[in-house]
Design a binder for this molecule. Structure first.
Ligand code: ZN
Length: 75
């Protein structure tokens, strides 16, 4: 079964939640601001696609993620 992250398009930004139970990272929103939005002004209720664990995630734990084009990342 492919990783949820594999559905991301290269060069596109996503908001990513890391499941607090199983640790699976999964994109929840395609960030059309391309990382320029500085805050995520919401709390998301998210059910993990891997373990079905449902929880509320505060904005500070939601990661802004630029999906790699496959080239080596600088970080
Ligand atoms: Zn999970």
């Amino acid at each position: 079964m492919p990783s949820p992250m594999s559905k991301c398009s290269p060069g596109e930004w996503y908001l990513v939640i890391t499941c607090e139970k199983c640790g699976a990272r999964q994109p929840i929103i395609h960030d059309l601001t391309r990382g320029e939005s500085t805050t995520v002004a919401a709390t998301y209720t998210w059910r993990c696609s891997e373990c079905q664990h449902s929880a509320d995630y505060e904005s500070e734990v939601i990661e802004r993620y630029l999906h790699s084009t496959g080239k080596a990342a600088s970080d």
